[in-house]
Design a protein around this ligand. Structure first.
Ligand code: NAP
Ligand code: FER
Length: 337
């Protein structure tokens, strides 16, 4: 066997308790897989690391199937087709689909879409033009139901989903306030993306006072990516008929216990607020609509996007762990080749 017959891939070595660390991952070399009918073998160029993968490390049924210990880690990839067993694609095509954390991955051609570098750089297909962009689009417009003049608050605002949510809200005539974890991020939100205000939740000591200043008319839409104390503060400021889109709760993904006790639901009563969870996959029949609108906004310069690129497949676990310490601005990807 020569080097070219093998591929390197990451597997789940053990399940984390609490915060995951590098011990959860193992790097191994294996025979390069071959595509069956309807599949493509791609050389992976970029792979996506996402917060929901923390849920897949857990041995519990959820919307995402748990990874088995010893199995290859899965995720979105952009890759170049090297072997095709499907009429629609041929070697050399650049595609985005569901692969593995590996040099080479087998993709189901039914779930693959073409990548057009003339529209955006390939990693954008894992961010603004991929799953996070679709989440922002449907989550804000369908669950948040923003109206012109509304105040929209978004947590995790400088991340892959949040940065797109805020910009779509601006395109809809809203006042937009973001929470993010560094001054570099809050500066990008206001000076770069046109947010009206941004709060660094790591340095602000009174979220209520910061919100009163940033959202003086209260909050009509809260797009929640994080949960925790930021969400507690926003709940105190909801206007009549406010909508809360619960997209993610990353502040709780490493919790081993569900916190109980008097929480913030009483605050919803007077506001008659609606709190609704969302899953991007529920909008699958409308993904073409989101792709069309998002790619047009990107091409016209109405939506800006950033990707934070970690170099090298060997660093994929660090890129994933960095999501929990806020190492990324915009979408976190790993460059593989
Ligand atoms: P992301 O925002 O690009 O990355 C995660 C960010 O979360 C980090 O950059 C960090 O930024 C922030 N963060 C981490 N720990 C935090 C904490 N304890 N408190 C506050 N902020 C914290 O990730 P994404 O891919 O765009 O996903 C954002 C959220 O949406 C996640 O919760 C994810 O699970 C969810 N999501 C849901 C769906 C769905 O269908 N429901 C689909 C996609 C994503 P800071 O520097 O600001 O802390
Ligand atoms: C999906 C539904 C939800 C999916 C990802 C998510 C990759 C993400 C959820 C989260 O980040 O919390 O079908 O496909």
């Amino acid at each position: 066997m020569t080097d070219t017959d093998t591929t390197r891939e990451w597997i789940l070595a053990e399940r984390p308790r609490g915060e995951p660390d590098l011990d959860c991952f193992d790097f191994r070399e294996r025979d390069r897989p071959s595509p069956d009918a309807g599949e493509l073998l791609v050389r992976v160029r970029y792979l996506s690391v996402d917060p929901y993968m923390r849920g897949r490390m857990r041995d519990a049924e959820s919307y995402a199937e748990p990874w088995a210990v010893g199995d290859a880690l899965q995720g979105g990839v952009v890759g170049e087709v090297v072997e095709s067993a499907d009429d629609r694609y041929e070697p050399g095509d650049l595609v985005v689909g569901n692969g593995t954390w590996a040099d080479h991955a087998v993709l189901d051609a039914d779930d693959v879409a073409p990548v057009d570098p003339a529209v955006a750089d390939p990693p954008a297909y894992l961010g603004v033009l991929g799953m996070p962009g679709r989440t922002a689009y449907f989550g804000l417009l369908e669950v948040g139901e923003p109206k012109p003049g509304d105040t929209v608050v978004v947590s995790g605002a400088a991340g892959a989903v949040g940065s797109v949510v805020g910009q779509i809200a601006k395109l809809n005539g809203c006042r937009v306030v973001g929470f993010a974890g560094t001054d570099e991020k809050t500066e990008w939100l206001t000076a770069g993306l046109g947010f009206d205000a941004a709060i660094n939740y790591r340095t602000a000591d009174d979220y209520g006072a910061a919100l009163a200043e940033a959202a003086p008319d209260g909050v009509d839409v809260y797009f929640d990516n994080v949960g925790g104390p930021i969400t507690d503060a926003v709940f105190r400021d909801l206007n009549l008929d406010a909508r809360v889109a619960v997209c993610g709760q990353i502040a709780h993904y490493n919790d081993e216990e569900t916190p109980t006790g008097p929480r913030k639901l009483p605050l919803l009563i007077a506001a008659r607020a609606r709190v609704q969870g969302l899953l991007v996959s529920d909008y699958a029949t409308r993904f073409d609509e989101a792709a069309d609108r998002l790619s047009k906004w990107v091409a016209d310069g109405e939506i800006e996007h950033r990707e934070t690129v970690v170099e090298g497949l060997e660093n994929a676990p660090d890129a994933f762990l960095g999501l929990f310490s806020g190492d990324n601005v915009g979408k976190q990807v790993v460059r593989v080749d």
